[in-house]
Design a protein around this ligand. Sequence first.
Ligand code: GTP
Ligand code: MG
Length: 195
Amino acid sequence: MKIKQAEFTMSAVQPKQYPADALPEIALAGRSNVGKSSLINKLINRKNLARTSSKPGKTQTINFYRINEDLYFADMPGYGFAKVSKAVRASWGRMTEKYLTSRETLRGVIQVIDLRHPPTKDDKQMYDWLKHFGIPTIVVATKQDKIAKGKRAKHLKQVRDGLNIHGEDPLVAFSSETGEGKEELWSAILRFLEK
Ligand code: GTP
Ligand code: MG
């Protein structure tokens, strides 16, 4: 994908704040701090358009990034983050659940997993939930740069088996540090936009 224009357009906490121009949308889901916002930046060749942090809990609203006149990425708060209050976590859950279950322009979700570790209980729950609602999913195993090349296949299998990934869902190994996996991920995204 040639990125001619990429801009942050809005933050939403409720449906009336979602974009009104009906472009297809791809949402990012994953544990807090796993690298969702970094992944968006890498895909669109921008250093810090989506705000990132070494501390979990950076993204707190649904943030929409318009790419050309082609699509939006919807960056979402992470799940499984213990350091915000129960009430805040619950409100993030309601906000993302509402978006994922009701958004007509949503074409699919990129679920981001840390390649270094087996999927957590929260990761599994999220994947099963997406499948329950029939939402097309690309699983991205990120932070691949932190794993020695010889061990990557084993870690990737751990992700595939841990989530029990459905046959039709792509699994892409990725790194926001090096850009590995970027072309493969764009191809998978474009297939979702064609459907
Ligand atoms: P929340 O918004 O808090 O849910 O986090 P997030 O999932 O958006 O994570 P974010 O992109 O802010 O990245 C979290 C931390 O991981 C930052 O310190 C990033 O620099 C780092 N990081 C993200 N992706 C990679 C990667 O592929 N490789 C390495 N080495 N570090 C990464
Ligand atoms: Mg983020």
